[in-house]
Design a protein around this ligand. Sequence first.
Ligand SMILES: [Cu+2]
Length: 139
Amino acid sequence: MEKKTIFLIWLILITIVGITSSVILLSHNISDDQKSDNPKNIKADVIMPTKVSRPGCESTDSCYIPSKIEIKKGESVTWVNQDAAFHSVTAGSYGEPSELFDSTYLDPEESFTFIFENIGTYDYFCTLHPWMKGQVIVQ
Ligand SMILES: [Cu+2]
């Protein structure tokens, strides 16, 4: 009778340990999934390449790559800052921001996504480097 009780307690303990380790393993997997959402793994539609914080990229239209992107209404564009300097993605043109979107300062490797709900041609620029210009064409 006593042996049976000990066996039952042992069985309950094993079950608890089993459940606890499954929960720990599951939560580990969840945090691994969340890590893949970090900016370095984000799919970039447009990048800000290196060294665009000095003038020059505008002569080859490569301050944002690609500088012109065509999408369909309702789609989004994701910009990723691959430079070592801060940049922004700001709707409008230098001195005339349209206020439709503004990433504010993006750190290196940081990204910004905007969903375009309306057809049109949208100019954007970098508030820190006026020579940096790009365009989103929504069809
Ligand atoms: Cu910039």
